[in-house]
Design a protein around this ligand. Structure first.
Ligand SMILES: [Zn+2]
Length: 145
């Protein structure tokens, strides 16, 4: 299952809470939503061995697209630090997902969960299974003509 699909599916399974993947009372953030779809308590988003990794989402730790918003400074991570948070976020999609959910979906409310899922789909380098199906159907139609 693509990460974007897991996010949407999970968003209907748990209560939306920012800042935690699992608040132990049925709530969690975007990563928590994806985790729950896979029957997990939490999803690996950094290199912490306490978190479980889902093989098909490993790209979220290596893909580093530019950040989709213009935020700077402490809003990026909740609390400021003596480093460049924007540079850190741009190093991995998992961090960006945390910011986009916590800040844009939950705090500013200028992104919807559907927009977040669409963004996740765009930055996801995994092959699209759907495209293959559509191509096959198109080929069948051509043969029929
Ligand atoms: Zn932002």
């Amino acid at each position: 299952m693509r990460a974007s699909e897991a996010l949407l599916k999970g968003s209907k399974m748990i209560r939306w809470v920012m800042g935690t993947q699992n608040d132990l009372s049925g709530g969690g953030c975007a990563l928590g939503m994806m985790a729950r779809v896979h029957g997990l308590e939490r999803l690996n988003f950094c290199d912490d061995p306490l978190f479980t990794s889902v093989e098909e989402y490993q790209w979220m730790h290596t893909a580093s697209p530019p950040l989709a918003c213009n935020c700077l400074g402490s809003v990026l991570l909740g609390s400021g630090g003596d480093f460049n948070p924007r540079e850190l976020l741009e190093s991995r999609v998992a961090y960006q997902l945390v910011h986009l959910f916590n800040y844009h979906v939950m705090t500013e409310k200028d992104w919807t969960i559907e927009q977040l899922s669409k963004w996740l789909d765009i930055v996801d380098p995994s092959p699209l299974e759907k495209v293959v199906v559509e191509e096959t159907q198109e080929q069948e139609e051509l043969v029929a003509v």
